[in-house]
Design a binder for this molecule. Structure first.
Ligand code: PHE
Length: 352
């Protein structure tokens, strides 16, 4: 544990053991350089607390880069709640309330929204004690609701940028797109792709979602183990991280990877593997900015939903800039994005 923290380049970690449930809460504050640290609350069962804390540290760093690359006045943080299996609903709710109180105690150092394992309804509960530091409450409770649809919108615009760059035409019509994960982002993305006339393949491991989408004649189901071997124009990971790794990259039969999952690369060197395989990678923290950007814009900067969708659209320009920079300098798109983010974090190229 000590060496993990020593190696991390962030500011601090708040640790709480929740005795009534046996859950571990880790809030990682990676950077407050550009503003208060914001990031989702991920809730799931990890093999051990060490894995949970590592996830929090890496995800918090991702949030810093996410906001920095678009020059947005927020810093990066993330909360991970490592819960025991089969936590009863009432116990879970009370845990969320105690977690909200902890967020409130931090007095604005950290602001949060939903992430894997939490929803807008959960944010309503967290905000009972955590207000005003909680984003994405349901509209009934005065929030902007689920961040999935606007995140999907950003990914969709990012895919258009990919097509424009690769094929000289931004249209997704008849493009073959494989969406991995039909959760809150994947589901909304599938809808947008349908409207755009794309050929859609999807994969999921949840039997209920498979049943739901399996009946849709416009979609082709791909089993979880066939995902990496299936030919497509764009592979769109919208589930969990680390799916681009030593084992999967050589199998990929796509021209580009563009999806919303956080921390898609298992190791930094995987970006180079994608580049040499001639696969265009849209850096995850850039293309997945829609939720964090759109919702914080609406809830804390007074944007209308229309304005939020317009602003999120600019992710396409940012990606195009990154693709060109990477090609010109013969570096990975990940390195190009990092350069832009780091120049903002050091205050060279924009207001800190
Ligand atoms: N899951 C979102 C993300 O990773 C979390 C988020 C939503 C953060 C809304 C802030 C506001 O970007």
């Amino acid at each position: 544990m000590e060496s993990i923290l020593q190696k991390w380049d962030g500011e601090e970690v708040i640790v709480r053991f929740d005795r009534p449930t046996g859950a571990w809460i880790f809030i990682a504050i990676h950077s407050t350089r550009l503003g208060p640290a914001a990031g989702g609350t991920r809730m799931k069962s990890y093999p051990d607390p060490k894995t949970a804390i590592l996830d929090a540290l890496n995800l918090a760093r991702g949030m810093t880069y996410k906001f920095a690359v678009i020059n947005f006045p927020y810093g990066g943080g993330k909360a991970v709640i490592d819960v025991p299996h089969n936590l009863e609903p009432q116990m879970r709710e009370n845990l969320l309330r105690r977690y909200g109180a902890l967020v409130h105690q931090l007095g604005g150092l950290f602001e949060t929204g939903p992430d894997v394992g939490t929803s807008s309804i959960d944010m309503d509960i967290v905000s009972e004690t955590g207000s005003p530091y909680v984003f994405c409450r349901t509209p009934e409770k005065g929030g902007a609701g689920d961040s999935g649809p606007i995140t999907a919108w950003g990914v969709f615009c990012g895919m258009q940028a990919v097509c424009e760059y690769l094929f000289g035409d931004a249209s997704l019509k008849d493009k073959r797109i494989l969406v991995q994960g039909a959760g809150s982002v994947g589901r909304a993305l599938i809808q947008l792709l349908k409207e755009a006339g794309a050929e859609i393949l999807f994969s999921d491991v949840d039997p209920e979602r498979i049943r739901h989408f399996g009946d849709d004649p416009d979609l082709q189901f791909v089993s979880a183990d066939a995902v990496y071997d299936t030919a497509c124009d764009i592979f769109s990971p919208c589930a969990l991280g680390a799916i681009l790794n030593r084992k999967t990259i050589p199998r990929l039969r796509c021209q580009a990877v563009a999806g919303a999952a956080n921390n898609q690369l298992a190791e930094p060197n995987d970006a180079e593997k994608l580049r040499t395989a001639n696969i265009l990678y849209a850096p995850d923290y850039v293309i997945s900015i829609g939720g964090a950007m759109g919702i914080t814009g609406i809830e804390s900067m007074g944007w209308s939903p229309e304005k939020a969708y317009q602003e999120v659209r600019t992710v396409a320009d940012t990606l195009k800039q990154i693709f060109h920079m990477a090609a010109n300098e013969r570096i990975t798109t990940e390195d190009a994005a990092r350069r832009i983010a780091e120049s903002r974090l050091s205050g060279v190229n924009g207001e800190p």
